[in-house]
Design a binder for this molecule. Structure first.
Ligand code: FES
Length: 112
């Protein structure tokens, strides 16, 4: 099974974490199943951006991005060229490394 490596994040994975995920699972589902409580305010229906992650390795192995994800990602906090909405990014047979951004759009609103 492919491995998803989560880079250290103060709140969700202070030491970083490696988890296994079956091909066909979304990054968000896989993280939640392994106790990484990433936000998913719209319940993974591609409507919120709080599940935003930056893919550091294996970006091209993930399922393709559709237009609604692309449009929504524009509103994510800390957008990068390899950003994905984790609830829409489907794992294939290859390992990936992801970084959970420091803030989600929810945090960003609270701070400003
Ligand atoms: S959980 Fe809302 S877009 Fe992923």
């Amino acid at each position: 099974m492919p491995i998803i490596r989560i880079l250290p994040h103060a709140e969700y994975a202070p030491q970083g974490k490696s988890i296994e995920a079956a091909a066909g699972t979304s990054l968000c589902e896989a993280m939640l199943e392994h106790g990484i409580e990433i936000e998913h305010a719209c319940e993974m229906s591609c409507a919120c951006t709080t599940c935003h992650v930056i893919v550091r390795e294996g970006f091209n192995s993930l399922g393709e991005m559709d237009e609604s994800e692309e449009d929504l990602l524009d509103r994510a906090w800390g957008l990068e060229p390899t950003s994905r909405l984790s609830c829409q990014a489907i794992v294939s047979n290859q390992d990936v490394t992801v970084e959970i951004p420091k803030y989600s759009i929810n945090h960003a609103k609270e701070k400003h």
